[in-house]
Design a protein around this ligand. Structure first.
Ligand code: ADP
Length: 646
């Protein structure tokens, strides 16, 4: 605690405030003076000296300094001659200075003596110019240049101290402040505050977290009865489900300072920085208590420290995690600091982090269901100008499996599309196009596709549609298109039903529908192509999941190799024998083979439908559900009729 208070009360050191600038100015002026003084006395050549001064008998004396420079003193009475006009003058009187008046450099003392002797050979001894030799250490000049150099160094040092990047004296911005946490602080009254009204759908989570807001607003009410509020709350859920939004809403509603940063911001290339930043973060939060710390993507530091990790040791991450654990233990609930953390990999977090007293409350967020999606659409459409006829429910129906972030994206994308079309309001079609764009990427009509390829793509997509149309458990089709989009050349839009449990028949029918494209190509062209890459990837993953995770296989019954702790990913050895591995592979191949044969027989049976659909697709490129019903007849399965009714 003391450490922190000291830090705070010390005013920031500002070399440019007060008289600090003198530190620079004095050495600079001194240095400059000595440099200039040096050049004030004019330099002359031996010849000038000989002809203009020595031969005229104007020289009073010579002083040889350090055997390499000769200072020339001119007789005072001769200084009035015009040649001596350039002699330096005294500052105030303008009289010539006392001397030396000139100087010249000599190569060696011997040559100089000889030259002087020659020049004065006709001069009487008494008239000869006296020469004295001195050794002089110009300490002032030396010191002056040193001071000048140091002044420069100090200047640069302060320049660096001010922070190369930000140019401010803020903490955290300087390159010497590695140990400072980089948390962004959201204080009360700041703009862009999020409220619970902006969080739609996740009602249970909101309710649970609302208790925190009440506590932060009035901590005494809780402590009166001895109730303890949880220290740490972990928000777990897929990306874009509103974890960050929820945390911000807590801060916005309760009006307490909110420190937010992501797990990766703790880690630098220097060891020990993460732990120091963690300490600093908690210190700052405690200072401003009641406050909220929000650590996004906590799995970056909170990954379980399992044995398997010994091979890829990451001491820095572990010491940061240990520091986090220590900090969580180090304050009691009455401090008023609440730690929120978010992750989409709740399963891989270190158990030590999850035990009571640390992150003891977990809130699971899931992808929104139909009603929740409708609510989220409404929140994001509130600031938009939308058509009155638009039925939000239709959009919610068309977006199963979409996260809150996807929906926010669709709303914005819809507004952009409507603007591009120069509309005054956003209509249903704009949103539908936005959905397509978010799902499949940008339409690429310019992609060059030759006629043969187009036919193949049409038969491929028609294969998906026809097979799923006549499979009881396949997802209902919404529309099909052969306009290239993103990476894909064509696509069939399904409307997966929202339920939590998937039966074996549903798995198998989905696999059949996914194989429909390849089967259709084989039946029609007698040759298969590379056009089924995505489908096969999906099918293979699903078939392995059926056998290895869900225990739905025929040979390996009721066995699951799924590891919810996430450690299996890092393990070097598979948790089963080679024999089992062979069995798994055989079983997977068997499932896919049987599904493929089944799909082929469906398509053969409905070859006419396949041909008609492909022909219409080639012509129109996009076919919607209503037209599909016209071509293929209504689907006779019970679920489908429910879908249409809704
Ligand atoms: P994450 O779960 O990955 O932290 P975010 O909270 O950052 O997701 O959500 C990203 C964006 O998605 C939010 O800024 C918001 O616009 C939107 N969003 C997500 N969930 C919701 C929701 N339940 N209600 C309203 N908007 C949401």
């Amino acid at each position: 605690m003391n450490r922190k208070t000291k830090k705070e009360t010390k005013p920031p050191f500002n070399p440019f405030g007060g008289l600090g600038w003198l530190y620079f100015l004095i050495p600079m002026i001194l240095g400059w003076y000595f440099l200039v003084r040096q050049t004030r006395i004019p330099e002359i050549t031996w010849k000038q000296f000989d002809t203009q001064m020595l031969s005229q008998g104007d020289v009073e004396k010579l002083v040889v300094v350090n055997n390499d420079q000769v200072e020339v003193y001119i007789l005072t009475e001769k200084l009035s001659k015009p040649v001596y006009e350039n002699v330096p003058r005294e500052l105030f009187t303008s009289n010539p200075i006392k001397g030396p008046h000139y100087y010249f450099n000599i190569g060696s003392i011997e040559v100089f003596s000889d030259n002087l002797k020659d020049a004065q050979q006709n001069t009487e001894d008494s008239q000869k110019v006296p020469v004295s030799y001195v050794k002089r250490t110009n300490w002032i000049e030396n010191v002056g240049s040193w001071i000048f150099l140091m002044g420069l160094l100090i200047f640069f040092w302060f320049f660096l101290m001010r922070g190369v990047a930000g140019g401010t004296l803020d903490r955290g911005s300087s390159m010497f402040n590695f140990g400072r946490s980089k948390a962004r602080i959201l204080e009360k009254g700041e703009k862009n505050q999020v409220t619970f009204n902006q969080v739609a759908g996740i009602e249970e989570a909101k309710e649970e977290i609302y208790e925190l807001v009440k506590f932060l607003k009035d901590p005494k009410k809780y402590s009166r009865l001895g109730a303890k509020i949880p220290k740490g709350i972990l928000l777990v859920g897929p990306p874009g489900t509103g974890k960050t939004l929820l945390a911000k809403a807590v801060a916005g509603e309760s009006g307490v300072p909110f420190f937010s940063l992501t797990g990766s911001e703790f880690i630098e290339m220097f060891v020990g920085v993460g732990a120091a930043r963690m300490r600093d973060l908690f210190d700052r939060a405690k200072e401003k208590a009641p406050s909220i710390i929000f650590i996004d993507e906590i799995d970056t530091i909170g990954r379980s420290r399992g044995r398997a990790n010994a091979f890829q040791a990451n001491d820095e991450r572990e010491s940061t995690l240990t520091q986090l654990l220590a900090e969580l233990d180090g304050f009691d609930q009455s401090t008023g600091v609440i730690v929120l953390a978010a992750t989409n990999r709740g399963d891989i977090l270190d158990p030590a982090l999850l035990r009571p007293g640390r992150f003891d409350r977990h809130i699971h967020l899931e992808l929104p269901n139909l009603n929740e999606r409708e609510a989220i659409f409404k929140v994001h459409m509130a600031p938009l100008k939308i058509s009155k006829e638009l039925d939000v429910k239709v959009l919610a129906l068309q977006t199963p499996g979409f996260s809150g972030a996807d929906i926010a994206n669709i709303c914005n994308e819809g507004a952009l599309i409507a603007t591009r079309r120069n509309k005054d309001i956003i209509e249903k079609q704009d949103f539908l196009d936005a959905i397509d764009r978010v799902v499949g990427g940008l339409e690429k009509r310019s992609k060059i596709i030759n006629r043969d390829e187009k036919v193949r793509i049409a038969y491929h997509e028609a294969g998906h549609v026809v097979s799923s149309w006549f499979l009881e458990h396949a997802h209902p089709i919404l529309k099909v298109s052969i306009i290239p989009r993103g990476r894909s050349l064509g696509a069939a839009w399904y409307l997966p039903e929202e339920h939590q449990i998937i039966t074996k028949s549903e798995f198998l029918d989905t696999i059949c529908a996914a194989l429909g494209g390849r089967a259709s190509e084989e039946i029609t062209f007698k040759e298969i192509s590379s056009n089924a890459l995505d489908d096969l990837e999906k099918v293979t993953k699903q078939a392995y999941a059926i056998v290895m995770s869900y225990g739905l296989g025929d040979t390996l019954r009721n066995i699951s190799y799924y590891d919810s702790s996430g450690r299996a990913e890092q393990a070097l050895h598979k948790p089963f024998s080679e024999t089992t591995a062979t069995k798994i592979d055989e079983e997977v191949q068997d499932i896919v083979d049987r599904a493929y044969e089944r799909t082929k027989s469906i398509l053969k049976e409905h070859k006419k439908h396949l041909d008609t659909l492909a022909a219409v697709l080639i012509e129109k490129e996009v076919i919607h559900k209503e037209e599909l019903i016209e071509i293929l007849g209504a689907r006779s399965f019970k679920k489908e009729s429910q879908m249409i009714a809704s």
